[in-house]
Design a binder for this molecule. Structure first.
Ligand code: GLV
Ligand code: MN
Ligand code: MN
Length: 418
């Protein structure tokens, strides 16, 4: 059996370093926020790499980019891979980009070996996996998979109150959002390469993770309102300080997650805006976000119920109003058993160790799983670190992940079943 060509680790790392230069934070931090000039310039750089690799390009109305290697039978649904190019503030250069650049390298290695699979293979660079600008993650993949309606996308507003449609048009993307939604059976299978963003592979000294499931993420916006006033004049017993309620809320999140029976529940308050924001003014309003996850939906629900009970107490004991708005509460996704096997076999064929593990972070694969059999390939994250500038995976580890991806994609593109 012919196999894909090997992948040059230094060359692939060079692509990653070059892409990291498209950033609105000073190096080594990376920030590429949806539809900013930096995001668009980063995309253009990657389009060039895909073109040089001999792949064709299609961009849908929301900006999802599809880089395609043709198969021998155009009547068959394509196999897809991919991830995202956007990066949260103060991010590193591996999250998401490894799956797009590694995907392009994988298709190039298949083409370079003179292989022509039966099915076409596409690398997708999904629009806005990160929730930075519009508060909800995976906008591009949700819309593709029908997990978010075009109307819901049109209703999104960014932190400055700007409508999604206005910034999309300004960024040069046109066409109806309805055209983004995939027809049933559009893809034969979807496999995403990603850094683990956790400590397990490094700790176990294992090269490749075959992901079995993706945790169930939920996120919320919380507004706490009290009464402002003079930090010197207003006496303590009469105060209704919104930030003191927020402090209770944050600690309730931590307590609920820590008490979880699975030991896997994680809760994070990552945004806290205090108004009016004066040294000598009592906070009258606080806006917070909550990110709550578990691989088991029941455990996440149980933690959420405890947080809701804490909110009731904050209202009653502090005389504050607390509003909670659900941004998303997604169920977990299970990887396809055939793809998990294919990832393990691909690793073994390359002489690489592998293990099965769940993904605690969410990915575009969480939504592609709704429309195609899904799998993921993980490579180690140094120190388990991610979403920070010192996020790191060795070039060799990334390249081996891309080689496992290439073999897995080739297997799926040749077979009739996932
Ligand atoms: C993705 O970036 C996540 O927050 O899991
Ligand atoms: Mn991320
Ligand atoms: Mn990611």
């Amino acid at each position: 059996m012919k196999t894909p060509a090997s992948i040059d680790a230094e060359r692939l790392d060079g692509w990653s370093r070059e892409l990291a230069r498209f950033s609105d934070d000073p190096a080594p931090a990376v920030r590429r926020v949806l539809y900013t000039p930096t995001d668009l310039e980063g995309r253009a750089y990657v389009h060039g790499l895909a073109k040089d690799a001999g792949l064709s390009l299609r961009v849908d109305p929301i900006g999802n980019a599809f880089y395609r290697l043709e198969g021998t039978d155009p009547s068959l649904p394509a196999v897809a891979t991919g991830s995202h190019l956007d990066a949260i503030p103060n991010a590193g250069r591996f999250d998401g980009t490894v799956g797009v650049l590694g995907g392009i390298a994988a298709l190039e290695s298949i083409a370079r070996a003179g292989l022509k699979p039966k099915r076409a293979i596409e690398v997708i660079a999904f629009t806005s996996e990160e929730p930075t600008r519009f508060g909800i993650g995976c906008v591009g993949s949700r819309l593709l998979a029908g997990a978010l309606t075009p109307d819901a996308v049109r209703a999104l507003r960014d932190g400055e109150g700007r409508a999604f449609e206005a910034v999309r048009a300004e960024a040069g993307f046109s066409g109806a959002l309805e055209e983004v939604v995939l027809k049933p059976g559009h893809f034969h299978a979807f496999v995403e390469l990603h850094v683990e963003q956790g400590p397990v592979l490094e700790r176990e000294k294992v090269a490749i993770g075959a992901v079995t499931a993706i945790a169930a993420p939920a996120s919320y916006e919380i507004t706490i309102r009290g009464e402002g006033g003079h930090a010197g004049g207003a006496l303590m017993p009469t105060r209704r300080d919104a930030l003191c309620g927020a402090a209770d809320f944050v600690l309730a999140v931590e307590r609920s997650a820590k008490r979880s029976a699975t030991g896997d529940t994680v809760g994070t308050v990552g945004v806290c805006r205090v108004f009016p924001g004066a040294v000598n003014g009592i906070p009258n309003r606080v806006e917070l976000t909550l990110d709550l996850r578990d691989t088991a939906l029941e455990a996440r629900d149980a933690a959420f119920a405890q947080i809701e009970a804490a909110i009731d107490t904050i209202r009653a004991e502090r005389g504050l109003t607390v509003e909670l708005r659900t941004l998303n509460a997604d169920p977990p996704a299970t990887a396809d058993a055939g793809i998990v096997d294919a990832v393990e076999r691909s690793a073994a064929a390359l002489g690489l160790s592998s293990m099965r593990l769940p993904s605690r972070a969410y990915h575009d694969a969480l939504f592609l799983a709704r429309v195609a059999p899904m799998g993921m390939v993980f490579v180690p994250s140094a120190g388990g670190l991610s979403h920070r500038p010192d996020e790191h995976t060795d070039p060799e580890e990334v390249a081996r992940g891309a080689e496992v991806l290439a073999r897995t994609l080739l297997h799926l593109a040749e077979g009739d079943d996932a």
